[in-house]
Every structure is written in C-alpha cells, then in structure tokens.
Design a protein around this ligand. Sequence first.
Ligand code: BTN
Length: 232
Amino acid sequence: VGVKVIQLDEVGSTNEYAKAIAHEVPEGTVVVAKRQTAGRGRKGRSWASPEGGLWMSVILKPPRVDPRLAFVGALAVVDTLADFGISAGIKWPNDVWVGGRKISGILVEGKAGEYSILGIGLNVNNPIPNELRKNAISMIEFIGSKLPLESVMNRLLMHLDGWYRVFLERPDLLMAKVREKTFILGKPVIVIEGDERISGIALDVLDDGSLLMDIGGQLRRITYGDVSLRLF
Ligand code: BTN
C-alpha cells in the first residue's frame, strides 16, 4: 500500500477518482486530496472535507469486495492515532471514535471481481464546525497544536499495509484485534437498519464482521450493511 501515491489539490471525491482509475493502476495505489468538493459518507450522506484533513482512497484488488476491509482502515487509523498519543476505539461498523466523538469515517465501495476502494477520512488539522462539535473531533483539538499531515499520512499508509496483509493471510487475527478495539461491546446500543430500530446489548463482532446483539434475551446477528449504530 502506498508505493504509488496520487496527490491532488482538489477533487470531488477521492473514492470516485479512485474508481475511475482502478483498472489502470496497481493494487495499493493511493489517491489523496487536500480538499474534496463532494466528499461522500455512508448512507448517501455528504462528508465535509476542508483543507487540513486527510482524505484518501486506497485501491485494493482482493478476491471480493469484503466489508471487513473497513476494519483494515479502522485499525490502521487507531494505530496511527496511538502513534500520536491518542487513544481511540472502533465504533462498529465503520467509525473511529476518541472520547465519545468521531474522528474518522470509512467508506468501502467496489465492483465485484474487479476492485475495492477503501476510503478513509481522518480529521487532522481541520477545525470542526460548531454544529458538529458535540459529535466530532479532530487531532489538532486533542493535541492542541498543528500536526504534520504528511507524517500522519505516512504512518497511516504503513499501518494500512500491515493490516491489509493480516486481512489477506489471517483474517481471524484481524477480527480478534477488531474485537479488542471495539468499545461498544457489553454496552446498550440502538442499531438502525432501514426503518427498523433495534435496541439491545452489543455482545460481539463475529468473524464475518457482523454484530451479535442480545435483544431482551434473544440473540440476533446484524449484518454489516447500510446500518448505523447509536449508543444510549
Ligand atoms: C462515513 O463516516 O460515513 C464515511 C466517511 C468517508 C469519508 C472518506 S474521505 C475520502 C473518501 N472519499 C470520499 O468521498 N469519502 C471517503
């Protein structure tokens, strides 16, 4: 990961750019932009991407578009934050949180049999707008001074490379680490799946990436899809 890095000043979305070139570039190629004008989040939401944050997409070519690739991104972000002294955890299915606030979001997209795009947004030096302050944080706010974006990116690429190899060779070890870093386990949560709101206790993340919940004594497996999760 990161042998070839395409750096852009401005783009609509690095995920879209990555999809358009996926066929022509080797696996592990990275697209990174200073700003995105149409950054996208999960569930069709937009993703604010002003200058100062790390907005990147990695082009991968694993055998299939595996939703667990999001965990490759999440663990790499958690390790990168640890390198800068920030302790973070994974909020299933695809966010990284620091002290109750979101610092990073991950968006996996792809075309079966062709490519997977691992999109990562990490709030580094970008200020968080007031209306999002309650729920979002950036590294600069936590540390109190500006960080060198380039070294944050290099650390992230290194950790992505490591976790992607673990994913390919020992997905069981990847998932063991995910469980260790998932801070919602044992806690009451609400999962929103379409129009359905499912309240219960988050018990475990299973090897296929799904969430096992205890719903009033009944076990239910929530597959990783277009779901979102709230803490009580
Ligand atoms: C989410 O939390 O909903 C996922 C956010 C993903 C944002 C990243 S930024 C780089 C890449 N390009 C995009 O348009 N989105 C992802």
